[in-house]
Structures are given as C-alpha cells and as structure tokens.
Ligand binder design. Structure first.
Ligand code: COA
Length: 244
C-alpha cells in the first residue's frame, strides 16, 4: 500500500549513492570515443540507441542479441561472438525491462565490456548533475539542477526532471514522465508513460521504492513502497500486484 513510511529511507537528494559517477555537466564532456560500440538489444529501443549514437557522432559496430542477423545495415551478433571480435568494446544496454537490463549489464561487465552512456547532445546538464555509466537519455528530455541519475537509467523522450532528484541504478522512465522537485526513485523502479511524481519537500523528498511500478498516467502524491505497483489519480496500489 501507499504508506507514510519511507520504503527504503536511504537515498535523498544530495546524499546519493551512485555506483558510477562518470558524467558531470555541463556540455558534452570529452572527445567522441573511437572504441567499438555495441548496442545490446534488437528492438525499438536498440534502434533508438543507434539513433542517439548517430546524433553523438558515433558509429554503431554491432547489435548484440540471441538471434544473429542484421539490423539497419549493422550486424546482429551473440554476446560470445561480440566479445571474440571486439574485446573491451563499449556497450549500451538498450533493453526497456529494468531486470533484464541489469542482467545484461552484469553479463557485459563480466565479459570485459565497458558500459557507456548515450545522452542526447541537446540535453541540458547542469554543473551539479551526475549521471551514472550506461545511461540512455533520449531526445527531448529536460533536466534542471542537482539531479543524480544512477547507472543504466533509461530516460525516454519528453521526460522532465526538476531540481533535487536522485535516482538509483536501472530506473526506467517511459515517455512523458514528469518528476517534480525533491524526489528519490530507487533502483529498478519503472514509471509508465505520462506518469507524474508530485513534489516532495527538501527535508522529506517523495520516495518511490526499489522495483516499484507506477502505471501509465498515474499521479504519485505519496511514497510508493518497494515492489508495489500503483495506478490512477492519485496513485493507489493495484490489488494483488504487490511483491513487498
Ligand atoms: C500498471 C502496469 C505496470 C500494470 O501492468 P500489469 O500488472 O500487467 O496489469 P494489466 O495490464 O494486466 O492491467 C490490470 C488491470 O489494471 C488496469 N490498468 C492497467 N494499467 C493501468 C493504468 N496505468 N491506469 C489505470 N488502470 C490500469 C487494466 O485495465 C486492468 O484492468 P481490468 O482488470 O479491469 O481489465 C501497466 O498497465 C502500465 O501502466 N504500464 C505502463 C506501460 C508503458 O508506459 N509503456 C511504455 C514503456 S516505454
């Protein structure tokens, strides 16, 4: 249920525990990497990641999927095949499901591949914003100040994230999600298309717990416990869908 208690009381804006702190704004830091770039997945998000790579001036070396073939003129290879041909390549895990993305990121890391972020070059990134390795930030995303995003977050088009927001690893925001100021969204949480997270307070951010799911169009006005699914306006738990 939606509860007054903090699901995981841990992270707060300004007290972020990100596993990788690779990118700090503003601007597009550093030269374009010349390393081979592998995109995990062969679906719509993988094609969007390839589009991002193109916007960043990068060439996609191959897609990685269980079923070899071709996609958009690029080879699709298995993980073993990719590691054999391009050891140490950079990878973007372009898979929407947070749990599968986590699994594939671990497999890629174990194989010696390096997570790289694909962040649309028009994304505003403030000095105090930190984005973890492996992030995918698609075009049309608006970020303001003091935002900390974990490793392998997926931020879809039209998302807005206001001040003092912290997100854990593998968080997924569907298109058009709006997160107001002072929020903490824990690892593996999923926010469906058009969901809104109302503002918390500086001393008490609104919290969405680890692995929670927020349904499309929901308006979150209270904390969401870890593993819970909420829907509606205001967001309420879906019966029978709680895993906590
Ligand atoms: C909330 C959600 C995660 C639940 O998924 P689920 O557990 O598979 O639930 P179901 O889709 O089977 O729906 C169960 C019931 O809830 C209703 N429901 C589902 N999502 C709803 C939502 N967002 N708002 C209101 N009702 C919703 C369904 O109509 C269904 O009602 P019924 O039992 O009366 O037929 C999912 O429906 C959702 O909103 N996903 C977001 C999709 C999205 O954003 N896609 C873009 C990805 S980039």
């Amino acid at each position: 249920m939606l509860a007054g208690r903090r699901p995981e009381g841990g992270i707060r804006p300004g007290q972020c525990r990100l596993s990788h702190r690779l990118r700090r704004g503003p601007g597009r830091a550093g030269p374009v990497s010349e390393r081979p770039l592998l995109i995990f997945g062969a679906g719509g998000l993988a094609r969007e990641a390839a589009f991002l790579a193109q916007r960043l001036g990068r060439r996609v070396t191959a897609f990685v999927d269980r079923a070899p073939g071709t996609l958009g003129g690029h080879p699709v290879v298995t993980l073993d095949g990719a590691v054999a041909r391009w050891p140490g390549a950079e990878v973007s895990i372009a898979v929407g499901d947070s749990a599968l993305r986590r699994h594939l990121a671990a497999a890629a890391a174990a194989a010696g591949l390096a997570a790289t972020s694909l962040i649309d070059p028009a994304t505003p990134i403030a000095d105090d914003t930190v984005i973890g390795a492996g992030a995918i930030i698609l075009p049309g995303v608006s970020l303001t100040v003091n935002i900390r995003l974990g490793a392998h977050v997926l931020i879809n088009p039209g998302v807005t994230i206001a001040h003092d927001v912290v997100m854990g690893d593998f968080v997924s925001l569907a298109p058009g999600v709006h997160v107001a100021g002072n929020a903490a969204i824990h690892d593996d949480a999923f926010l469906g298309i058009g969901a809104v997270v109302s503002n918390g307070r500086p001393d008490r951010p609104i919290v969405i717990g680890r692995g929670a799911r927020v349904g499309a169009g929901a308006v979150v006005t209270n904390d969401v416990s870890a593993g819970f699914t909420v829907i509606g306006v205001p967001a309420r738990p879906m019966r029978g869908r709680d895993v906590a």
